[in-house]
Write a new protein. Sequence first.
Lengths: 111, 111
Amino acid sequence: DTGVSQNPRHKITKRGQNVTFRCDPISEHNRLYWYRQTLGQGPEFLTYFQNEAQLEKSRLLSDRFSAERPKGSFSTLEIQRTEQGDSAMYLCASSLFTEAFFGQGTRLTVV
Amino acid sequence: DAKTTQPNSMESNEEEPVHLPCNHSTISGTDYIHWYRQLPSQGPEYVIHGLTSNVNNRMASLAIAEDRKSSTLILHRATLRDAAVYYCILRNEGSQGNLIFGKGTKLSVKP
């Protein structure tokens, strides 16, 4: 197992387009987290799954954002009608017990 | 999760010990103290965590004050590869919920 995998690594999109990111967690990790990080800031929590259940959502997750984890394995994060303010690094993490393992992130640029 | 306070930045010389402080005066009895670090262009990685007693692992040591209102991450011999942003996070293990990141301490290591 090579760790948490995120695809794509980079995405450039035009304002108003929809984008979807994928996260493949470490096998058998039942918890999966999405974070957003802008330059100079720490990661901001977006949402959290335990298996396929979405247990917590941040107020940052507006109605343009949706996340799924249909079979309790991989997860997708979709942003509809992207805005320039959505430009950020989107990080995924998974955990089984205490330690959370992060992917390298997907960098989104909205032009 | 309770809030932590860390210096914005610190400098160290290579091969010298580094003590990274964290204040968490509102910590509750069930909050664990976690440390993560983020290398440039990488996702955060777990460093260490503890509850009351000092902890050691291959990466670092964690010294926790007797009243638990502060803690110190100790890197025994800094290397250039330790240059990163270090985050001190309180997490209630009973919730197994998300990690709340602050801005962290940016550690620079000089050769």
